[in-house]
Structure formats: structure tokens, C-alpha cells
Design a protein around this ligand. Structure first.
Ligand SMILES: NC(=O)C1=CN([C@@H]2O[C@H](COP(=O)(O)OP(=O)(O)OC[C@H]3O[C@@H](n4cnc5c(N)ncnc54)[C@H](O)[C@@H]3O)[C@@H](O)[C@H]2O)C=CC1
Ligand SMILES: O=C(O)CCC(=O)C(=O)O
Length: 414
């Protein structure tokens, strides 16, 4: 199998080592190496031209020993079953790292929202929830946004679930708009979590934030807020990108201008920026590289050329197993996805708690709780990495899988 299509296998390799380090036997690995349940669904949607198109969707529920499964839903043309499975396993580890009462779940629909009308996207969102509705729920499996889904899509999904169940449990899904039970701070949570990891990484490497040169791949929910927060804190954002191209300026990019004008005009010309490919962006001269788009971006083909000293994985699965080994060998500090991207699910958990209790927190309270969880998780993992002399990804897997493995043992499942 080619290196880049190996997401499940590489996850299993690290998971196996982590369970070994924790002293578990093969029975535990045998249970945890795959999801408990993977659904494949077919979703018929009446398109704007009157025809019916059938879309394929997946929902993987990795392990619910420690609590209901939880994780986002992505709408993307490259969604496939294996990727959704790997993503669900990463969610279990992520939830364990920040100590949430969840196991991991993840979903996706194979579609290209850029070629669909809002009405068609609504049809897919509602059809997907109808198809999985018996298997999800506020105490079973709680979805959330991911690539190319957002608060509007979550609202349609909640509405469909409510109609199907003749009930209105706001805590069925997170990442909702504020007027529909969303949490303050959820929109920026993934970015804030990654930024906390950036600051911790800079501290470890003795670099001041005002001196840091940062390249960010992806300018969606995660990437745009990461760029904005770091820019506001004085870092120099030398590179940014969307799916089609990247923009670069060694003197730093005016992120406020980009955000204000991103859907109009030609920013590259207006700000006199160099246009690069996404691949070239990964190799620019910078201190911190933040992949915040899709999986398998840093591979054996470019790991030798990465110049950044610190790689903070805001995206899920951006670095392959082989590339992780090469970068670690070169002394790079990798803050792995299961830690660096855990801010989103952390505030999703706060949203779920607020929906269940009916009491809503202010944004500064959310930020304080998020900062607390992320900082503590970074410190635990960094310490394990140093003391046990293992790479940061393995350290994160050990810390992250501990809770689920213990819950499995108490339930006598393995
Ligand atoms: N939104 C969230 O709360 C969380 C997101 N993540 C991860 O962060 C990453 C980004 O997610 P979001 O920002 O939410 O998605 P988004 O849909 O808001 O933005 C995705 C970004 O990636 C870019 N992109 C898409 N295909 C690309 C390609 N082939 N090459 C380069 N760039 C490409 C898009 O142009 C866009 O800028 C994903 O890996 C996601 O799983 C992780 C944890 C939580
Ligand atoms: O907010 C959530 O519940 C899940 C976010 C997610 O899908 C992820 O962290 O990859």
C-alpha cells in the first residue's frame, strides 16, 4: 500500500506501541484497533435541475467505553471509509488527551460543496441525519462541524434530528449558531487550542512570539483564526493558503487585509505577494509550520525539505508515519494533531454541557477553561516525551488512550 493511503495502519502502529507502554495485552489492542461500528449510508437528494443524485456517507463510532462517541462530519469529495475510520480513532485519543467523557466518532459525505447550491447542501445534511438517526443521539454519538461543514449545516442537522425524534435536544450536535444553543468561543476554539500549542512550542525552543515567522496551510475555520490570533499577537505570518494556491511574503502578510478582502479582488496583486503552490508553502523558510487543511501533506517526499523548527498540526493527519520519523530524527518539534487540534472538541464539550444544564458561560470563562485544559495536556505529553524519550505523537497516544483502555478494562470488554 502506498505511504499516503495508510492512515488506519499507521494509527494502529502507534496505538499498539502506546498500549504496550501502558502494559495492556493483545486483547485490548484487538478491540481498540478498529471502530466498534462503521455505517455506510446512501443519501438520495433532489437536485436543483430536478434530477435525483445519490450521495454516499459514513459514520464511524470507534469506542464508547468512556462515554458517547463524538466527532465532526466533513463534506468533501475525497472522503472515504478508511479516512473516516482513522479520524474516529484520532477522536478517541483527542478526547482522552483533554480528559472529556467521550469516545471517538467521525462522519463524512462524499460531495463537493463548492459545486452545490445551499438547497442541495441542506438536502445532503438532512438526508445524512435521517440515514444515521437511529445510531446517533445526545447520549450515543454527538456530531459537530469539520471540513466544509459549519454552524448552518449543524442547524439543519439538529432540525432534522428533532423532527425524526419528535423532541428538541440541543445537545444532539455541537458547533451550532449562538441563537440555537451554540457556545461562545466554539468558532475560534480549534484555532485557540492550536495557538496555545504554538506558544508552548515557542517557549520550549526559546523563540519570542514577536520574532516568530509562521506559515499556515488552509484558511478555513482553523487556519484563518490561527493566522489572525498569531498576527494580533505580533507573529509574522509569512505564508497562507487555500486549496488552489498559497501566498507568501518573507516580510509578513497583512492578515486583517486578507480577511477583509478574501472574497473580492486579487489579494496577491494588491499586497504584492508571491504566489506559490500548497506544496511549496510547506517548504518555505519559517520557524513554525501549521498544516490546517487536509491529511497527508507532509510525506517522505518533502519531510527533508521542511525548514520550520516547530510543526503544529491543526489539521487531522497532515504528517505520515514515515515523515514523522524523519522530522523527529532532524530534531523538529512536532505538536501532533490529537493534541494541537483538540481545542474544537473541548469547546464542543462545553457546548454540550451548557445545552444539558441550560446555563451559558461567557466567552472569557470558556477561554479560561480551554487554556487550562490545553496547557495541562501539552505539559503532560511533553513531559512524557522527554522522560520516556519517545516522539511527541507516541507520547500523545499514550496519554490519550489511557482513559478509554481503563474504561474498557472496568467494563470487562478486554
Ligand atoms: N473545525 C474544527 O473545529 C476542527 C477542524 N479540524 C481539522 O482542521 C482542518 C481544517 O478544518 P476546518 O478549518 O474546519 O475546515 P474548513 O472547511 O473551514 O477549511 C478548510 C481549508 O482547507 C483548504 N483546503 C481544502 N483542500 C485543500 C487542499 N487540497 N490543499 C490545501 N488546502 C486545502 C480550504 O481551502 C480551506 O481553506 C481539517 O483537517 C479538520 O479536520 C480539527 C479539529 C476541529
Ligand atoms: O467538535 C467536535 O466535537 C469534533 C471536532 C472534530 O471533528 C475534530 O476534532 O476533528
Amino acid at each position: 500500500m502506498a505511504e499516503t493511503s495508510n492512515l488506519i495502519k499507521s494509527t494502529q502502529t502507534v496505538l499498539h506501541k502506546a498500549l504496550d507502554m501502558l502494559g495492556y495485552d493483545e486483547g485490548m489492542y484487538d478491540l481498540i484497533k478498529e471502530p466498534s461500528r462503521v455505517l455506510t449510508v446512501r443519501i438520495p437528494v433532489r437536485m436543483d435541475d430536478g434530477s435525483v443524485k445519490v450521495f454516499t456517507g459514513y459514520r464511524a463510532q470507534h469506542n464508547d467505553a468512556a462515554g458517547p462517541t463524538k466527532g465532526g462530519i466533513r463534506f468533501h469529495p475525497d472522503v472515504d471509509r478508511d479516512e473516516v475510520i482513522a479520524l474516529s480513532m484520532w477522536m478517541t485519543i483527542k478526547a482522552g488527551i483533554v480528559n472529556l467523557p467521550y469516545g471517538g466518532g467521525k462522519g463524512g459525505v462524499v460531495c463537493n460543496p463548492k459545486e452545490l447550491s445551499q438547497r442541495e447542501i441542506e438536502g445532503i445534511a438532512r438526508g445524512y441525519i435521517r440515514a444515521i438517526s437511529q445510531f446517533v443521539g445526545p447520549l450515543k454519538d454527538i456530531p459537530a462541524p469539520d471540513v466544509y461543514t459549519n454552524a448552518q449545516v449543524m442547524s439543519w442537522m439538529l432540525d432534522e434530528y428533532s423532527m425524526k425524534h419528535n423532541d428538541n435536544p440541543l445537545e444532539f450536535i455541537t458547533g451550532k449558531p449562538l441563537s440555537l444553543g451554540g457556545s461562545k468561543g466554539r468558532n475560534t476554539a480549534t484555532a485557540m487550542g492550536a495557538v496555545i500549542c504554538v506558544k508552548k512550542g515557542l517557549e520550549k525552543r526559546g523563540i519570542k512570539i514577536e520574532d516568530a515567522r509562521v506559515a499556515v496551510q488552509g484558511f478555513g475555520n482553523a487556519g484563518s483564526f490561527i493566522s489572525k490570533i498569531l498576527y494580533d499577537e505580533g507573529a509574522k505570518i509569512v505564508g497562507i493558503s487555500r486549496s488552489t494556491r498559497a501566498l507568501y511574503d518573507e516580510k509578513g502578510i497583512d492578515i486583517d487585509y486578507v480577511i477583509e478582502n478574501k472574497d473580492k479582488g486579487n489579494i496577491a496583486e494588491e499586497l504584492d505577494l508571491q504566489v506559490l503552490t500548497n506544496d511549496e508553502l510547506l517548504e518555505v523558510d519559517c520557524d513554525i509550520l501549521i498544516p490546517a487543511a487536509i491529511a497527508n501533506q507532509i510525506t517522505v517526499d518533502n519531510a527533508e525539505n521542511i525548514k520550520a523548527d516547530i510543526i503544529v498540526e491543526a489539521a487531522n493527519g497532515p504528517t505520515t508515519e514515515e515523515a514523522t520519523a524523519m522530522l523527529t530524527e532532524r530534531g523538529k518539534l512536532i505538536v501532533p494533531d490529537v493534541l494541537a487540534s483538540a481545542g474544537g472538541v473541548t469547546v464542543s464539550y462545553f457546548e454540550w454541557v451548557q445545552n444539558k444544564t441550560g446555563y451559558y458561560w461567557e466567552e472569557d470563562e470558556i477561554h479560561e477553561l480551554l487554556e487550562d485544559k490545553m496547557s495541562k495536556s501539552f505539559d503532560d505529553i511533553y513531559e512524557f516525551h522527554e522522560v520516556r524519550q519517545v516522539d511527541m505523537r507516541l507520547a500523545a497516544y499514550v496519554v490519550g488512550i489511557r482513559k478509554t483502555a481503563e474504561a474498557v478494562r472496568y467494563r470487562n470488554w478486554a
